[in-house]
Design a protein around this ligand. Structure first.
Ligand code: TXA
Ligand code: MG
Length: 531
């Protein structure tokens, strides 16, 4: 199918769009929130095409768009008087209200539900197209299902060119995130999706409202979604996104310490510090962040980076809507850098006595975190497993677990896959480590230590206050390994020679502990003092 490119500056193009809609076709139209993929809401066959074009799960209901209040009564069972109060204050605008539906609304619009979502957009082109077509328009965001919503016509074309009848260019969307969704079918009314109209604004009309748990949290496996759209993976670019909490200084240190090239999605004025940066609005200004968010997420993919770390928005006002979208694009992965105890990165060559040092520090009130263990549980996370399936093929998952050896084999022979592997595993290991550090804080530990054989090759140094290498003479280490692992001298040598040199460990560390039979307690003091 060839997609007709229309422009709302030409009056005739609006008429053409309306004609296509009247005849059961699909047209992507601008609204003040995001572009919508519209069809005649009263024509079940037309509405079905929306789901096909977007690849949208067919139990996810659609919003019906109207251009005036008179169009609403036929769509609903009865008018809740609070609808008029809301309309008075927020319509036309970025608010969707859910009411009990009438029989005129075909089942496909809100499958298996007795409700319908209604919105009167403020974008003049959207309202004019509805008026000209003479029917209410069902319209989800005009993106391919799962992708960030489109805020400019080029986003729509990227996702849906050739799959829909027409797209009409009406400029950039002012709000940038989808409408606030509130249902009047519960008592009190429940916020299902935050957006440009804030909780505070809604409560000024409705009194106290409930907030669906899906707004900020992941649904439990068996939990029913009040708003079906909230259960799907959403707003996600191809790159792996992680939210980073904490002030800019912490964020900056964290990003600059990453070993591979990552994309820093940050606030205005911050990008100049990074090699790859995309700015998405002003710090503490939810509206400007909302405006830039989806464009920034799409740009991440254009940057070619596999990993994006996004500065966390403030979670109030319109910022709640920004956070709600981001947390889904990040599959709920958040790293909270607000850490108030020192974090020690501990490493050393095999046989140098790293574990002994870790144990002694533990006796001195330091919380011990084993990086090896974290990398094992990182790949047990179901979201991580499905990312591997998506990028390495379904056959790397056997009985629900990751075939780590097969993944390693595929990554070994393919540098692109190696990058993907790192992008999937590293942020998750860092997240787990930071979670452990916060646990240490709660337990009033003096400090936390991350015990990692490959500390300097990993991204864990990005969360360390300082690093410690344990070193020992070759002969001493050799004897220890032979004894510890009951292996031959030859095998022990092979293992030792596969590692980096002693100089490497000394050069990279802030503190060096020598463990050739000296009094270790004196050596440990160097670390305790630094804490
Ligand atoms: O700003 C917007 O709302 C944009 C523009 C195009 O108007 N539209 C939009 O539609 O974001 P969509 O389909 O991407 O998101 C609609 C959300 C989904 O999360 C869906 O589950 C929810 O609204 N929804 C729709 N009807 C519902 C209903 N009857 N009950 C509960 N949730 C409903
Ligand atoms: Mg959508």
């Amino acid at each position: 199918m060839k997609t007709l490119k229309l422009n709302s500056k030409n009056k005739n193009d609006l008429v053409t769009a309306a004609d296509i809609l009247k005849n059961g076709g699909l047209v992507a139209i601008p609204t003040e929130t995001v572009y919508g993929l519209a069809a005649n809401a009263l024509d079940a066959e037309a509405v079905k095409k929306i789901f096909v074009a977007k690849g949208r799960p067919n139990d996810n209901p659609l919003i019906v768009h109207v251009s005036s209040l008179e169009e609403i009564p036929p769509l609903v069972k009865e008018i809740d008087p609070r609808l008029y109060e809301l309309a008075e204050k927020f319509w036309p605008g970025p608010l969707t209200v859910i009411l009990k539906k009438s029989d005129a609304v075909p089942d496909v619009v809100s499958p298996k539900l007795d409700t319908v979502a209604i919105r009167m957009p403020s974008h003049p082109d959207a309202r004019e197209i509805i008026r000209l077509s003479g029917v209410p328009l069902a319209a989800p965001s005009a993106n391919a299902s799962g992708k960030p919503s489109p805020t400019s016509v080029s986003h729509v074309v990227d996702d849906l060119d050739g799959r829909i009848d027409a797209v009409i260019d009406g400029g950039e969307c002012a709000v940038g995130v989808e409408s606030t969704v509130i249902t009047l079918a519960t008592e009190p009314p429940t916020l299902l999706r935050p957006g440009g109209v804030t909780v505070e604004e809604l409560e000024s009309v409705l009194g106290k409202i409930a907030i669906s748990s899906a707004v900020l949290e992941k649904l439990k496996d068996n939990e029913k979604a009040e708003s079906p759209g909230m259960k799907y993976k959403h707003y996600a670019p191809k790159a792996r996104v992680t939210i980073v909490k904490g002030d800019f200084e912490k964020y900056k240190k964290f990003i600059l310490a990453q070993k591979t090239s990552v994309c820093a999605v940050c606030f205005e004025g911050e990008g100049k510090y990074f090699e790859n940066a995309i700015e998405y609005g002003v710090e503490n200004d939810g509206s400007s962040q909302a405006h830039g968010l989806f464009d920034a997420l799409r740009e991440v993919d254009e940057s070619g980076c596999e990993t994006a770390f996004v500065r966390c928005p403030s979670i109030s006002g319109v910022g709640l809507a920004v956070y709600n979208r981001l947390i889904r694009s990040a599959a709920f992965r958040v790293i909270d850098l607000e850490i108030n105890i020192p974090v020690i990165g501990l490493t050393g060559q095999t046989g140098a006595g790293k574990s002994t040092v870790a144990r002694l520090l533990e006796e001195n009130g330091v919380y011990n975190i084993d990086a090896d263990y974290l990398s094992r549980i990182a790949v047990e996370n179901p979201e991580v497993i499905s990312a591997f399936a998506e990028n390495f093929g379904d056959d790397v998952v056997v009985n629900g677990s990751l075939d780590r050896r097969e993944v390693a084999r595929r990554a070994f022979s393919d540098p692109e896959k190696q990058k993907k592997l790192n992008a999937i595993v590293h942020p998750e290991v860092t997240r787990l480590a930071v979670e452990e550090i916060h646990k240490a804080e709660k337990e009033n530990a003096k400090a936390a230590l991350i015990d990692a054989a490959l500390l300097f090759e990993s991204d864990l140094t990005s969360i360390c206050s300082f690093t410690v290498s344990v070193v020992a003479d070759k002969e001493t280490r050799l004897e220890r390994i032979i004894k510890r692992d009951s292996i031959s001298r030859e095998d022990a040598l092979i293992r030792m020679n596969a590692q980096k040199s002693e100089e490497y460990y000394i050069e990279n560390a802030d503190v060096v502990i020598s463990n050739n039979g000296e009094d270790l307690n004196t050596e440990i003091k160097k670390v305790i003092e630094k804490i």
